[in-house]
Each structure stands twice: as C-alpha cells, then as structure tokens.
Design a protein around this ligand. Sequence first.
Ligand code: B12
Length: 276
Amino acid sequence: MIRHIDTATKELIEFKEQNPTQFQELLEEGIKIGRGEEVKSWGIPKTTVEEIRKKYIPKDKTDAALTMAVIDGDKKEAARLTKVLLDGGRNPTDIVVSALMPGIQVVCEVYDMGEAFVPEILLANDAMVAGVVLCQEKLGDIPSAGKVASLVIEGDVHDIGKNIVAAILRANGFDVIDMGRDVLVEDVVELVKTQKIDLVTGTSLMSTTKEGLKALAKSIEFSGVPVACGGAAVDAHFVSTFSNAVYGKSPLDAVNIAKSVKKGKKWDEIRKEMKQ
Ligand code: B12
C-alpha cells in the first residue's frame, strides 16, 4: 500500500526547497483566498471554452460532427457517426485518435477551468466508448500481437485515459487484460507470476499517485515484464529516475512500446530508441 500523504508531503518540501520565493507567494495567496480577498493570479486572462474547442475540433466535417457528439455526450449520435466513418472505409484506430479522443479532451479541459461538471465528463466518456466499441468490433478476431495488462495505479480513479490506451492497443491486435483503476501493486505482481504478460501499462493522473508506478516497476522487475508509464502526472524525467519502465505520452506510444517489447527489446533499449 502506498501512503499518498507521504508522497504529497515529500513533494511539498521539495517544492519549498527548490522554489522558496514562489512557495512563499503561493502560501500568501492561499491565506488571502481563505480570507475571501482578491489575489494576483485572478488577473491572468483565462483560456476560453471557444479556444479549447478550436484547439481540438478536427477540420474534417464528419470528424468534427463526431467530436461534437462526444462533447455533447450524445451516445446515439456518436455511434451513428462512427458507423458512417467505418462504412466509408476509415481506419478504426484513426477514428479513435482523430475524432473520438479530441471530444473527451475538450470536455476534460473545460471541466478543469470550472465550466463543465462531472456528469458531463461521464456522459462524454460514454459517448466516446460507444464509438470505440464499434471500432473494436470492426477489427474482429485478429491474431494476437501480444498480451498487455493495463491499469490505473492505486489511489487513482482517473481511468478515461487508460481506457483509451487499452482500446488503441486492442485495435492494434494486442490482447489486453484491463485490470481497472485503483489497482494494488500486489495484484499486478500476482498477475505477472501467473500469466504470460509481455507489457504492463500504468496510468497516473495525480502527483500523489505517480510514486505507485515507481513501486510497480520495481516490484515486477524480477519477472522481466516492463512497465509503460503514462498519464498527465508523469513525464519522461520522472520515469528516468527508476528502472524497468518507459515513458509514453500518447496511446500510440503504448502500442510502439508493446511492439518493441515483442521484438525482444529491453526497457533501456526502448528508452534510448524513444530518446528518453
Ligand atoms: C475527469 C477528471 C476527474 C474525474 C475522473 C473520471 C474518470 N472515470 O476518469 C473525477 C471527477 C472522478 C475526478 C476525481 C478527482 N480528481 Co480529477 N480530473 C479529471 C480531469 C478534469 C481530466 C482527466 C482526464 O480524464 N483527462 C483526459 C484523458 C484522456 O487524459 P489522460 O488520462 O492524461 O490520458 C491520455 C494520456 O495521458 C495518455 N495516457 C494515459 N495513460 C497512459 C498510459 C501509457 C502507458 C501511455 C503510453 C499513455 C497514457 O493517453 C490518454 C489519451 O491521450 C483532470 C484535469 C485535466 N484537465 O487533466 C482532473 C485532475 C486529474 N483531477 C485532480 C484531482 C485532485 C481529483 C480529485 C482528488 C478531486 C477531489 N478533491 O476529490 C479526485 C480524485 C480521486 C482519486 N482518488 O483519484 C487533479 C490532480 C492534481 C494532481 N496533479 O495531482 C487534476 C489534474 C485537476 C486539477 N487541475 O487539479 N477527476
């Protein structure tokens, strides 16, 4: 079991030591907010919802309509438009990456700025999944390219990104064991002992849970199964601080890492290949 409060305290102390002035400023701002007073950072111009939409909504009209269906949480329309694209011969992975994923990205960023609420994220996720399922069905039974276990690390419930990673791996022929979210390191150790797994993908969205990925990589090093680490809380620098792991930014990175592992490459070779 990882003690998240220890991780948070360690990060706070490190931040204070490395950025003493910024730490003091943030502390003072926090006290002011607590008193209900105005703070300096409130004057910084905010990104608008329109700017976020512009950044992610695709140029192609049908793709854009599908992205909008995800944003609106319209499951039926998302499924209908995905079918239109599939019937037109579009590559299923391309549909997920270019039209379905941008939709959830918009809703998450808008939520982050306080302009959307949890039910909107959940509805958008359902609409995205309705399209993803059809893309997976289209691929049918293809020979397995390898076996991957995908999970969100313990203490963390953010599983939207992990679900996308699992879907894209499946779309590329990998057999995926979806272990879910808030997964204990002990359970992954058990899995790699009892099943022939080629790669584990671990996701962390919070600075308090990312240490769990480090513990995971170390705990399964004995088995020779590496961990592809991703999610907004981790970066290449963090992953470079421990062994048996490779950082990946996008779901397609997870596919490339899995392919390299299947070619017999070790985690350190893959890191070099990916310039980490
Ligand atoms: C949606 C969301 C929620 C939803 C989660 C629903 C769900 N089923 O996932 C709900 C409302 C439940 C939630 C709860 C909480 N949340 Co929240 N949440 C978010 C939000 C808005 C979006 C996250 C998301 O889904 N992004 C979209 C997906 C697609 O992106 P992604 O996961 O990064 O995945 C992509 C890539 O990273 C990559 N990827 C992912 N995994 C992997 C793995 C590999 C191997 C590879 C190669 C690639 C890869 O592929 C994906 C597609 O591109 C973020 C803010 C933000 N804008 O990111 C906050 C955020 C993550 N949440 C935060 C917090 C603090 C919480 C709560 C603690 C709030 C609270 N006080 O209760 C709780 C957490 C409870 C817990 N124990 O986990 C903070 C974390 C801060 C930090 N850095 O530590 C954030 C950053 C908000 C903020 N700005 O403060 N949250």
